[in-house]
Write a protein that binds this ligand. Structure first.
Ligand SMILES: [Zn+2]
Length: 222
């Protein structure tokens, strides 16, 4: 079963569906556990997985930085063309990097652009700075907490920057430079499971996989 986050409810769903492997984007264990009791949600989730013989494998930054990874998937959802890494590098001979930048097939006025983003990522409310008064064509993207790439997005000539989270103070001073559009961490990375599904279906055709139905976003918009 494929998911973004591993929670107790996710393990329950895996058991209900007869899945013995959960592939998640975010790790269940960000740091080592010294106790596996029921003192917090992580410990309880580990216990539940072990008790039910469910394995957990997490991809995280491997998938964030890969060609065809999280940001490429986001660009695909927006229909961007000519997509390339925003802050590219080569590791062990393999091109990878943080964020991507690409072009919309046709320029959009900023309010139409924001509506398109909200629709593509099923977002109730996007956090934006002042609406840009020039058309938006070139778009930089970084799923999750991508505010560290704002300057790279401007340097790459992007008209807009989409990310999942951004600090308050970073919104200042960017008016009419770049259209900031912050859509939520979960929303920005939710389609990562489709990448896992496509890889498994292509490379491991005898493995049955499904995308979890449980929404693990802990944030409610009220
Ligand atoms: Zn993330």
């Amino acid at each position: 079963m494929l998911c973004l986050d591993v929670t107790e409810r996710i393990i329950d769903e895996a058991v209900e569906k007869g899945c013995n492997l959960v592939v998640s984007h975010h790790p269940l264990l960000f740091r080592g556990l010294k106790t596996i009791a029921d003192l917090n949600d992580v410990q309880r989730t580990v216990r539940r997985a072990i008790k039910n013989d469910v394995c957990v494998v997490s991809m995280h930054t491997n998938m964030d930085n890969a060609r065809g990874g999280v940001n490429y998937k986001m660009a695909e959802k927006l229909g961007l063309q000519g997509v390339e890494f925003l802050a590219g590098k080569v590791v062990d001979g393999v091109a990878c990097g943080s964020g991507v930048v690409g072009e919309l097939s046709e320029p959009l006025v900023s309010c139409d652009f924001v509506l398109k983003v909200k629709k593509a990522f099923d977002v109730e409310c996007a956090l934006c700075n002042e609406l840009l008064r020039r058309p938006i064509r070139r778009v930089a993207i970084c799923g999750g907490a991508g505010d560290f790439l704002l300057d790279d997005a401007i340097a790459a000539g992007a008209d807009a920057f989409i990310t999942g989270e951004m600090h308050y103070h970073q919104y200042f001073g960017q008016e009419q430079r770049i259209q900031i559009c912050v859509i939520g961490h979960y929303q920005s990375e939710q389609y990562t499971t489709e990448i896992f599904r496509d890889i498994i279906e292509e490379r491991c055709s005898d493995v049955n996989c499904c995308i979890a139905e449980t929404c693990t976003n802990p944030i409610l918009y009220l």
